[in-house]
Design a protein around this ligand. Sequence first.
Ligand code: AMP
Length: 598
Amino acid sequence: MEAAQVVTSNGNADGDYQYEIISWFDSVSKNAAMVQTETLGQILHLNYGVEYLKKWFGDMKIEDMDACALESLYASLVPLASHADFEPFIQRIADGDTAPILTQQPITTLSLSSGTTEGRQKLLPFTRHSSQTTLQIYMLAAAYRSRVYPIREGGRILEFIYSSKRLKTKGGLTAGTATTHYYASEEFNIKQEKTNSFTCSPQEVIFGGDYKQSTYCHLLLGLLFWDEVELIASTFAYSIVQAFASFEEQWEEICSDIKDGTLSSRITLPRMRKAVLDIISPNPCLASQIEAICKDSKASNWYGIVPRLWPNAKYVYSIMTGSMQPYLKKLRHYAASLPLVSADYGSTEGWIGVNLDPCLPPEDVTFAVIPTFSYFEFIPLNKKKQDLTSSTVGYIEDEPVPLSQVKLGQEYELVLTTFTGLYRYRLGDVVEVAGFHNGTPKLNFIFRRELILTVNIDKNTENDLQLAVERGSEVLSKYGGELVDFTSHAEVMHQPGHYMIYWEIKGEVEERVLGECCGVMDASFVDHGYVVSRRTNSIGPLELCIVETGTFNKVLDYFIGNGAALGQFKTPRCTNNHILLRILNLCTIKRFHSTAYN
Ligand code: AMP
């Protein structure tokens, strides 16, 4: 049976769906190599003749071609491509061109990703297949989790989930984040029914469009259903940490709403207000219990607040790897002994792998590639030996290999060919093969190539940083100053996190001018995630630190002392290195905070 049938067919007991989906995955992972060849064949037969493929295949006939021959022909004819190569095609689709450009079936929905290049959001095709694979991976992961952490049937999930605004493109297509499309899809409801666990908040809260109001309501409703909550979840761990940071401020107001069955005036969105007021009713007894827990917890800096408020919760579930790792410490503080289960690996382009070992700590989690979702290729990456100082690790690339040829311990960049019309698309993520589940690799997420600055949903590359610094230094030079060197750091230890840029300068410049440089740099990061987070203050004002003359020589000395060669030295443009940060902070003589978003 196809996975889609397993998760959408009715009439099965929940235990049956778990058994069926795990058996299905066992079977496709055992035959991963063959399944991959077939998956590519399916994609090419479905979309054969579309404009993009025609460029490379010409009028060649592929209908009767053997799947293995087609696989090698495909790799030899179709080149590796990046988002920039697909952009003109996707733009035409967005503008309303309904010709078969990337897929034979017309694309009616587009997803917005956070983007990795020059801070621009990427538009990507979204189809029914995207929602179906989301449902499949959620169900598969839920089945594996339930083996280790069984949850009560009919229970609730306190989910900190938020949709983005959905826009219409020039051609009338709906555009929004992939998760937004999923929350609005039938598959989101199917998931709740099949797993027999239901989110605490109604659609009006998820789709409210104001994350502060939604968070308040998620918390309030989560507390009202306190005894039914079986797990706490979010897409990215950052949301949970942020939710509890606001809980620390708002718990008294929440308690008063629970006591009187009212809703704080901070909830101004009429649809959200109505939906929440329809659910709540006065519960003074619950309010005083929560109040007592909070008063006590506050004294211990909210340590273990999650299991104290939700004693029936079995675990916390969210993406905790990659750029979310910095939030683990705070999450552990709130969750205390409650297990943290790291969620699956995917991107707006497509889902990649599932966490089959829910009991592993997030630091050790790997993701088993699902061979039916896309056709996966892997570009072997070998580190350049002497490039110790480069912040975006320098790699030598080899020819891409199919999934069946990956090697344990090797690092790769992922390449996807998807049912949604991306062909040999370089995702830009660096992964390492950490093991195998049957015949499919288990990947360790290493980092996003070229990505250097990130606090939460923002993603800025070295190039984006460079552009921002250039703008700031134009102001500096206008007033006679000169930029000697710079580096940066994403400060996430204190809420809200923020960017710090360290400048060494020459010449006498007034403080007013440096303040202006700081604001100009802040406003120059045009990455959508950054702009939205700055506007809502979930990323704080950019901080410009002026370091004393000679600081970057000390940085150089530090690297030389650790074996770097002067001839190859490049100042790291972004650093999390504690020793380096200590040098930079000890040498900071002036600090400025941007007022760009005030
Ligand atoms: P976007 O397409 O903007 O939503 O971002 C997708 C990217 O987020 C992926 O390409 C990864 O770089 C990162 N990502 C997604 N899931 C995970 C995960 N489980 N662990 C680490 N990084 C992840």
